[in-house]
Write a protein that binds this ligand. Structure first.
Ligand code: ZN
Length: 326
């Protein structure tokens, strides 16, 4: 498991020469988040004291992001950089170097229990009481090919609300370190937001618990919902692994289609960051219905169905519950 380099946050010396009037309304702290979900957490905790920018915007795929020179300039302007870690931002180290940034980098996932894609397969197998014996043969076949995603760290930890709470606590601590004068505001915003996360977590558990056990398995485009499965008991399979960098092989897709036919998965979901063609083909060949679009790795713009993390998780919850209702 690759553990991202964690930089200890040194409280940057803040301007202490401000006049009393200016001190009341400080310049917002410029914070760069690596992708849209983290930017939303920073906004929730930072409120008016921060000016949040992001590298990978709404509906965009952070797995395959290629920073441009303009991104390095934006990073150089930030006083705090917030990243996911768990191998999500493979492009980060090079970008920080080219930006020449000395800003502290907070790894928002620090403290979550990381899972690997291999664990996802084991978990799925345990979940199905009607699994066939030949599933084990499938697993052996998978292990044979080089470059397959088995064993990769799954970076999508934000898909469990319990983990989102950890992210938010790390962001709060980093903002306090970077802007000590804002401590009271950051702590109050965090308390308020954690309350909203608790309500969300309860809704997710109650709503998804009503889905009958035999319908609790679905297909998505890439393996982004492993933490969601652990938290909420809906099993996901996907033709693409925990990163969208690797394409599904014809053999993987054929095996998945055979498995879906045997297990009669009720629904296939599209994702906002992924090409829908493969999921559509799987739905056609298996008779599973398209259950709608899930938001896994990116929020939508303000006028879409998932402009915030809270909206995203509720949208996914409703979409799954409607698709799996009898
Ligand atoms: Zn992903």
């Amino acid at each position: 498991m690759k553990i991202p380099r964690i930089l200890v946050i040194a409280a940057a010396a803040t301007l202490s020469m401000l006049s009393p009037a200016a001190a009341q309304k400080p310049e917002p702290l410029p914070v760069m988040a690596s992708f849209s979900i983290l930017a939303d957490f920073v906004r929730a905790v930072g409120g008016e004291r921060v000016a949040v920018d992001m590298l990978v915007g709404p509906d965009a795929d952070a797995h395959v992001f290629t920073p441009a020179p303009a991104d390095a300039r934006r990073v150089a302007a930030a006083k705090l950089i917030v990243v996911n870690g768990l191998g999500f931002e493979g492009w980060l180290d090079r970008l920080l170097k080219s930006a020449g940034s000395n800003a502290p980098v907070v790894v928002a996932s620090r403290g979550v229990t990381a899972r690997s894609n291999e664990a996802a397969h084991d978990h799925d197998d345990d979940d199905h009481d009607h699994d066939h014996d030949d599933d084990h043969d499938d697993d052996h076949d998978h292990d044979d090919h080089a470059g397959h995603d088995h064993g990769d760290t799954d970076p999508h930890a934000w898909q469990s609300v319990a983990n989102a709470r950890i992210y938010v606590g790390n962001i709060r601590d980093a903002l306090i370190a970077a802007d000590p004068a804002g401590r009271a505001a950051y702590e109050a915003n965090t308390r308020n937001y954690l309350g909203q996360l608790d309500a969300l977590d309860r809704d997710l558990k109650e709503t998804l618990a009503r889905i009958p056990a035999e319908r609790r398995h679905v297909i998505s485009t890439h393996q982004a919902f492993g933490y969601f499965t652990e938290a909420y008991g809906i099993a996901f399979k996907a033709p693409v692994g925990v990163s969208t960098e690797q394409e599904a092989s014809a053999r993987d897709v054929a095996q998945l289609i055979a498995q879906i036919r045997r297990e009669k998965a009720p629904a296939v979901f599209l994702e906002n960051i992924s090409d829908p063609r493969l999921a559509r083909r799987i739905a056609e060949e298996t008779g599973a219905k398209i259950g709608g679009t899930l938001y896994s790795d990116a929020l939508t713009k303000a006028d879409g169905p998932a402009p915030t993390y809270l909206d995203m998780m509720r949208h996914n919850m409703r979409t799954i519950a409607e698709a799996l209702a009898n």
